[in-house]
Each structure stands twice: as C-alpha cells, then as structure tokens.
Design a binder for this molecule. Sequence first.
Ligand SMILES: C[S@@+](CC[C@H](N)C(=O)[O-])C[C@H]1O[C@@H](n2cnc3c(N)ncnc32)[C@H](O)[C@@H]1O
Length: 223
Amino acid sequence: MSETFSFLSSFWNNPAEICSVVPTFSWSARKIARVIPPDVWQQKLLINECGPGTGAITDQIRRLMSEDSRLVLVEKDRALADLLKHKFAADPRITVHTEGAEHIEGIMQRYGRADLNFNMTPITIMPDVVRTRMLDGIRNSLTETGRSVTALFRPFAVPRILRDHFPVVRYRGIAPLNVPPLFIFESRTVVPTLETVASTTVECRRLAAKMDFEMDLLTLDRT
Ligand SMILES: C[S@@+](CC[C@H](N)C(=O)[O-])C[C@H]1O[C@@H](n2cnc3c(N)ncnc32)[C@H](O)[C@@H]1O
C-alpha cells in the first residue's frame, strides 16, 4: 500500500486530526527541514517530531541529522504510527511513540531535553486543552537554545496561537507548491540576547554594529 494511500485512508477515518488528504510534498518537506541551518544539523541533536504522518518531513530530518543524533516520533494515528515503525525499523536513531503529542513532556522525560521540535499537528482546530498541553509540553521539553518548527496553511491563526506559548515566533517562509501551501514558523523558548543573536546571524551582526556605532556617537556627544 503506498504512503499516499495510507494517509488518505487515515484521513477518511479521522479527517479532523489528519487534516490534509495528501502528505507534505518532498520539496516542501525539504524546505521545512532546511529552516534549521547546516551547522546545527552537524551537531549531535535530540529531535522530536509531532504528527509525522507517513514521515514526509521525517525523511528529510533523517537525511540531515548526524549519525549520533536521535529522533523521537510522536504520532497519534495507530495505522500511521505502525507504518512509521515499519518504514524506519532499520534506523536505530529513530523511535516511534503511538501517542498524542499532548503527552510530549512525559515522553521526553525518558530522553532528555530536545534541541529541535517539528510540529505538524493541526493546532488551529484541535481542542484548546489538547493544544495547550501539547505546545506547553513542546516548549518545556526544549533546551534553552531549542527551536520548534511548525508548518501549516493558516498564516494568521498559527502565529497567534504560537505566541501564547513561545516568547519568540518568526515567520520563516512559504512552501507554495504544496497542497495546500504551507506557511513555516520557527519558535524559540527564550528571547535571545543581542550577544547570542549577533554571533549567529549576519542580519543581527549588522544591527549590533549599527547600535555600537550609535552608542559611540552618543558617548561622543556627552564628552
Ligand atoms: C497534516 S498531517 C501532517 C503529516 C506529515 N507531517 C506530513 O507533513 O505529511 C497531521 C498529522 O498529525 C497527526 N496528529 C493529529 N493530532 C495529533 C496529536 N494530538 N498527537 C500526535 N499526532 C497528531 C495526524 O495523525 C497526522 O498524521
């Protein structure tokens, strides 16, 4: 049975939780995974993915993650979770949990704090109590520098929801060739200090330089 057919069949049984008739296209999945820069992928990472479905994004994460990294998949749909167990059985870096991602905090207590989270569950339509527990759990089980990547097709509702749970939410682009198109967001657990940001992004390095320059002018003004 093809992965698209498995996905469609799960959608047929539970449209409210599957929420899409086809898995994410590989081109879009690549774009979503590449929100995380190459130097991060080279490190030893603990990663979790909520709602992996047939593993479209998992395939890309797998290609990018190092040999000593670990990936925890949390898929609520039993048929899809069984498919994932079968598909990734030969990869010792991957573990599949057939559970709702609202239990992510408890699940991650067995592994440690995650460096990365990918969340493709339909957060805009799930019950408030499930969503709150899931997003708080994702945040609480990330490291201080951890990042959570979400890609959904509701560009305004998604950041509004994420901002209730994460202090930093950034729009990271669109995967327009998907059905439906996906809007990608990256959330962080802590507001990065200027020092951290400056050392990691060119854009902020420029900002830091400008601020330094303006501070110098201010100091000169006072002397
Ligand atoms: C839109 S599909 C995305 C599937 C896959 N990530 C992809 O991109 O093709 C949403 C997935 O989230 C799963 N899901 C929905 N609610 C969930 C929950 N509470 N916990 C874990 N998985 C959930 C569904 O079973 C489905 O596999």
